[in-house]
Design a protein around this ligand. Structure first.
Ligand code: ARG
Length: 462
């Protein structure tokens, strides 16, 4: 094919002038949609088989198409396929090559379909596959968190609100909080997958086709759970992509929050954890540095995925029915979202088990900042002091502690009794950190016993 005419373009018939070369390159999507080749081949084989099934193709024509497409797939996988920009996209490249190989039967493949339902089908097959892989990585990370939670069920660190020491919590409990976020993410992906797994094929260009196609047959071959009900919607709908990127943005937001905590915890000031050298880098100028690059990058990449969500919403907001070329712009944001998310989950799932935990530093930090102040107030309430008065009493004790450089547990009974005569010697049971966490022993609480039970439930999928 030369560059100066439209020879080879399946739509050349009504044109008298060749496409401007820059326009050709500008409107082509083959640079990026070639990654759909496997799904394009799979969907084409299923479509051809359906055509044979309803008598629109001879059996030997179907055989030739299937063989030809599988050979093309093989060539692509061996780097033996020349993608041509003149042929615009993955669909026309593969179809043209098929006809080159098998002759006239290749020209019959497109009977009863259009690139509009073809591309929507490919995208759904691709995304269904990717969702399954992403959920695999997500579960790997969840399992890693459960292992840490179990191991660190008794490990105490300060819990924060407003990034100020609030109450002591167990590290296992903290890991389980992350696990909960991911559990919802997994659920959301599963739910999204149901709406991805709907077959647009058969909608043809926009109105359906006059051929006696059997959509249920094709759907069965491709493993689609449902068939798109409306042909106009089938070719124009990209909700499934927006929904997926929405799920991805939320997962990235979660990973970004985890990253933020890891970065803080890895700092000299916190010193709660040490990330494995495999996940850090040094500085070219400051020899002492070990930078938590991976969590920082994950936090940074969240912006990209959030941006892709906005890109897709904006892409769709003004489109009339049905297919518009705008839709070609759905691919790069989706592909980048998939790659980014999969990479971030994978690296997190590998990095977390290799993280070292500095229990001593966590415990020492929990001893600062009057983390058991609420426990003292609760103690007074149990002795009949109204909660608001108890709050006031403890506030004064904290003030005294601040002025004298003492934590509540470091004060003598006499010192504590200055603030309330209800305080007795048994107060020290509640002022200890382990007493404080053990006391929160109900479903969802931070007590080690609850952490272990929650890990068991999560492992059992309850
Ligand atoms: N490359 C196109 C896309 O990604 C395929 C569908 C083209 N359809 C059309 N009518 N031009 O959306």
């Amino acid at each position: 094919m030369t560059q100066d005419d439209n020879t080879g373009k399946p739509w050349a018939g009504r044109f008298t002038e060749a496409t401007d070369r820059f326009v050709e390159a500008f409107s082509a999507s083959v640079y990026f949609d070639k990654r759909l080749y496997r799904y394009d081949v799979e969907a084409s084989i299923a479509h051809a088989r359906m055509l044979a099934h309803v008598g629109l193709l001879e059996d030997d024509e179907y055989q030739a198409i299937e063989k030809g497409l599988l050979e093309i797939k093989n060539d692509i996988e061996h780097g033996d396929f020349a993608w041509l920009v003149e042929l615009e996209d993955v669909h026309m490249n593969i179809e043209a090559r098929l006809t080159e190989r098998i002759g006239v039967a290749g020209k019959k493949l497109h009977t009863g379909r259009s690139r509009n339902d073809q591309v929507a089908t490919d995208m759904r097959l691709y995304l269904r596959d990717e969702i399954d892989q992403i959920r695999g990585e997500l579960r790997r990370l969840q399992d890693a968190l459960l292992d840490i939670a179990e191991r660190e069920a008794e490990t105490i660190l300060p819990g924060f609100t407003h990034l100020q020491v609030a109450q002591p919590v167990t590290f296992g409990h903290h890991m389980l909080a992350w696990h909960e976020m991911l559990r919802r993410d997994d659920e959301r992906l599963g739910d999204c997958r149901r709406r991805v797994n709907v077959m647009p094929l058969g909608a043809a260009a926009l109105a359906g086709t006059s051929y006696p196609i059997d959509r249920a047959y094709t759907a069965r071959l491709l493993g689609f759970e449902r068939i798109a009900e409306n042909s106009l919607d089938a070719v124009s709908d990209r909700d499934f992509i927006i929904e997926f990127i929405g799920c991805a943005a939320l997962i990235m937001t979660h990973l970004s929050r985890f990253s933020e905590e890891l970065i803080l915890w890895a700092s000299a000031q916190f010193g709660f954890i040490e990330l494995s050298d495999r996940y850090c880098t040094g500085s070219s100028i400051m020899p002492q540095k070990k930078n938590p690059d991976i969590p920082e990058l994950v936090r940074g990449k969240t912006g990209r995925v959030n941006g892709h969500l906005v890109a897709l919403l904006t892409l769709m907001k003004a489109q009339p029915l049905a297919y518009n070329k705008d839709n070609q712009e759905d691919k790069e944001p989706l592909f980048d979202t998939v790659d980014t998310l999969k990479g971030c989950l994978r690296i997190f799932a590998d990095m977390m088990p290799a993280m070292e935990i500095n229990k001593k530093r966590m415990l020492a930090a929990a001893h600062q900042g009057f983390a058991t102040a609420t426990d003292l107030a609760d103690y007074l309430v149990r002795r009949g002091v109204p909660f608001r008065d108890a709050h006031e009493v403890v506030g004064k004790a904290v003030r005294y502690g601040l002025d004298n450089g003492k934590d509540l547990a470091d004060m003598s009974l006499e010192e504590l009794r200055q603030f309330s005569s209800h305080i007795e010697a048994d107060v020290f049971d509640v002022l200890t950190l382990s007493g404080s966490v053990a006391a929160r022993n109900h479903l969802g609480g931070t007590a080690p016993e609850q952490v272990r039970a929650a890990v068991q439930r999560a492992r059992a999928g309850i």
